[in-house]
Design a binder for this molecule. Structure first.
Ligand code: ARG
Length: 462
């Protein structure tokens, strides 16, 4: 089947594309999401062309006004996207021609779709970096509120998901603040590095017209124009950096989500998730499921998958532009939508959840969680080498286990049967409150240390 040749580049073509060619070639189905960025870029370009005397002021004015009309049609859902016109760039330009006529043909002077799409996509990703920044800040603030409320609530700390040592709720919340804080700084680093404008690189080599790339860069909020035209049109590092930062962030979200799934189970009951962020079962009336947490736990696969997919698109591509690069967008769109939703859902869950303080405290004291405190006491008070103290404590744990009790429930006589030097004083270090209060090392779990962590972060977030 042949159709009429393309109105934008059909000059050297006698026939239009096969339907299958059109289907594989067109990107309008997804790149219409770049409409606002495309129009902003074109408006900046037209203004610059006029300022440089490359097109007339009246043509530039008609172009800039006409583009606003196109934008309002798109935003109002009144725009008819055409697959024959391939992509957002040609759809917008063709409609501009319908609206303003001949001057529309001057817009594409001194540029190419290669620098155009690179500019549009950079602007779009920059917005996503800002959205992730805002989402992370909101989540960090929710965690800070939880940490502040429970700075001294004791809970078990785990290694290997086995009871290790008591920690505080605030300490656990603040661990995630550190993680999401690094995500925030990764988003900011990426934004600072990516904020260079490709526009004016044209197809690959720059242009013979006397354009002002600094002017368009400034008009679009970039720090500077990209320094090498070949690199400017062929670089997608900014998208890869966003996906890499998003993947790490999603991995953090999935770790926290997993903890919430465990903590909200009937066996743990460390937290109660709100009805607003839970679902029921259609068959088991007693069920309240942590679906939001489970979905957040799963999303990392999609986001990391996008990162891998784009890396595979880019690997081995010769300079400069290749059509492969049209495959950059869908992955990034999906990953960005997924990340923003996951961040918002996590923030909502954290804001709404209730820590079950009594359950946390009871669990904190079980599982011989203060065995290290006992060993430390043997070192500090009796002067035992730590290795010997470790051994004595191990024997005491075995003794308590045999009796079916916890360490503080052993009698002094029991204790002395393992090491004769032990005195009544030892019972002072076996309580969980004492255990956490004693961990005053910088960054440790003592409430005073946790409050210092919270204060540092509040200052950073102010
Ligand atoms: N739709 C294309 C993309 O997304 C725009 C650039 C087309 N450039 C070209 N030389 N065919 O990459």
């Amino acid at each position: 089947m042949t159709t009429t040749s393309n109105q934008m580049w059909g000059g050297r073509f006698a026939a239009g594309p096969d339907a299958i060619m059109e289907a594989i070639n067109a990107s309008i189905g997804f790149d219409k999401r770049l409409a606002a960025q495309d129009i902003a870029g074109s408006r900046a370009h037209a203004a610059m062309l006029a300022a440089q005397g490359i097109i007339s002021d009246s043509d530039a004015e008609a172009i800039r006004e006409g583009l606003l009309t196109v934008l309002s049609e798109i935003e109002g859902g009144r725009f008819e996207f055409s697959t024959a016109l391939e992509d957002i760039h040609m759809n917008v330009e063709a409609r501009l021609k319908d609206i303003i006529g001949a001057p529309a043909g001057r817009l594409h002077t001194a540029r190419s779709r290669n620098d155009q799409v690179a500019t549009d996509f950079r602007l779009w990703v920059r917005d996503q970096l800002d959205a992730a920044d805002a989402g992370l800040q909101a989540l960090i603030c929710a965690l800070l509120d939880q940490a502040e409320a429970g700075a001294d609530w004791v809970m078990p700390g785990f290694t290997h998901l086995q009871t290790a040592q008591p920690v505080t709720w605030g300490h656990h919340m603040m661990a995630y603040v550190e993680m999401f804080g690094r995500d925030l700084s990764r988003m900011r680093d990426a934004r600072a590095r990516m904020n260079e404008c490709p526009l004016g690189a044209a197809a690959l080599a720059g242009t013979s017209f006397p354009i002002d790339r600094h002017a368009t860069a400034a008009a679009l909020g970039f720090d500077r124009p990209g320094a090498n035209s070949l690199d400017a049109v062929s670089d997608r590092d900014f998208a890869l950096e966003f996906l890499a930062a998003a993947s790490i962030c999603a991995m953090h979200l999935s770790r926290f989500a997993e903890e919430l799934v465990i903590w909200s189970s009937a066996q743990f009951r460390f937290v109660t998730l709100s009805d607003r962020f839970s679902t029921g079962s259609s068959i088991m009336p007693q069920k309240k499921n942590p679906d939001a947490a489970e979905l957040i736990r799963a999303k990392v696969g999609r986001i990391m998958g996008a990162n891998v997919a784009l890396m595979m698109v880019m690997k081995g591509l010769p300079l400069a532009y290749s059509k492969d690069m049209q495959e950059d967008k869908e992955q990034v769109f999906d990953a960005a939508d997924t990340l923003m939703l996951a961040l918002a859902a996590m923030e909502g869950m954290v804001r709404d959840m209730t820590a079950n303080r009594d359950r946390l405290a009871a669990a904190a004291g079980s599982g011989f969680s203060t065995a290290t405190d006992l060993a430390d006491w043997l070192v500090r008070v009796l002067g035992l080498p730590f290795r010997d103290a470790h051994h004595v404590t191990g024997s005491l744990v075995a003794l308590a286990e045999g009796k079916g009790c916890d360490l503080p429930d052993l009698s002094l006589a029991d204790m002395q049967s393992v090491h004769a030097g032990i005195t009544e004083d030892v019972f002072g270090v076996l309580g969980v409150e004492n255990s956490v209060n004693s961990r005053m090392s910088y960054g440790g779990t003592a409430p005073a240390q946790v409050r210092a962590q919270i204060a540092r972060w509040k200052e950073r977030m102010a």
